[in-house]
Design a protein around this ligand. Sequence first.
Ligand SMILES: [Fe+2]
Length: 200
Amino acid sequence: MFRRLFIKSATIFTFATSVSGFTFTNAKGRLVGNCKTTSDALGPYFREDAPLRNDLNYKNRMGIPLRVKGQLFASDCKTPLGKRIIEVWHCTHKRKYDMKSDEFKCRAKVMTDEKGCYYFETIIPPSYWWRPKHIHYLVRGIDGHQDLITQLYFEGDKKINSRTEHLHYPYDPDRILKPYSDKDGDNEVKLNLFLSSLEK
Ligand SMILES: [Fe+2]
């Protein structure tokens, strides 16, 4: 049973806390993973109760189709975490976050398979405001790990620069990805996720 999140603030430095008082990694605090995955802002647009699915596409959506895939690992950097939930969300092709509709546009809980692998089908989200194109991730504290809150970015995005919040550009290359064509010619990116232990 997942803990409930309560949005504390509507700023980019938003963080969330559970009913038990446990505090998520604050983007300002920037806890860095034991392996490769660095944390990023939760942002003000997280929403509970997204459906379990792998297809984030919605009616009349526009944009460049994209498959995102990867593998979820424990803090030892090698143990895959199977049958775990990864939450993902991003803005629609209209640069809006779906905060109300039953469609939960561009939002999902994605389940890893036995080998910790995950994937979802969506579009490359547009940028909004000053922010580069990005996809949000949340993996709740599981198996003695910290919550992982992070974001995926796209290589070549001109909005990414040394002033991009929470991204140690160009020193965070593992989260700045270049889409490639899979064997069928479809756009794909791969983001492996490495959790951090609570002791860190
Ligand atoms: Fe965002």
